[in-house]
Design a protein. Structure first.
Length: 195
């Protein structure tokens, strides 16, 4: 159970599982090592796993009709990552989910989680809470993209997730924030000259 300590601590922030419930949950988890640049979800394939990042970093992105990549999520330790729409609806994915570093994920298969959630109200409650929080964050990010300047969005990311800015390539951060790497360089230079 030691290898699941981080995930169980995450769950216990919202609900308290007893030892038997923890045992039932950990019995369905598959620990998977993922190499940098390896995909865990790809367009056209159904996302079968809820993936918890135990170690490493990932990004979810789509490729538009002109071949341009648009990063929609960055995930590091203690976060979940998948093409969540595909996972929840069990329909083919539209996103690529790629490891940015050599990583370790804890994978929980859709049918296994659904079965456990129907038997364990606390686990169902945990996933409801975390899904609602993810939706709320996604909505906040959309509003931020519509109402804030590029510099404000960058500063917000820097303030909220300083470790991401140091670990994730600049071009991916720029893509996530909705501008080019060149424009991000200008923002960073302007911020340095202000300080």
């Amino acid at each position: 159970m030691k290898e699941y300590h981080q995930l169980l601590a995450n769950i216990n922030r919202y609900v308290t599982l007893d030892q038997e419930e923890e045992k039932r949950l950990t019995s369905i988890i598959r620990t998977t090592r993922i190499r940098r640049r390896q995909f865990i979800d790809q367009p056209g394939y159904v996302s079968s796993y809820r993936n918890y990042v135990a170690k490493g970093a990932f990004r979810s992105f789509l490729v538009d009709s002109e071949g341009k990549e648009h990063t929609v999520q960055i995930a590091v330790e203690d976060w979940f990552v998948s093409d969540f729409y595909s996972y929840i609806t069990q329909t083919p994915a539209t996103l690529f989910v790629e490891a940015l570093e050599d990583s370790v994920i804890l994978q929980m298969e859709y049918d296994d989680i659904e079965g456990l959630c129907s038997q364990m109200h606390k686990l169902s409650e945990y996933f409801r809470i975390t899904t609602e929080r993810a939706f709320a964050f996604s909505r906040k990010r959309t509003l931020s993209n519509l109402s804030k300047t590029a510099e404000e969005r960058y500063l917000e990311l820097l303030d909220r997730y300083p470790n991401i800015v140091n670990r994730v390539p600049q071009k991916i951060i720029a893509s996530y924030l909705g501008f080019s790497p060149e424009f991000m360089s200008k923002i960073r230079k302007r911020l340095v000259s202000k300080s």
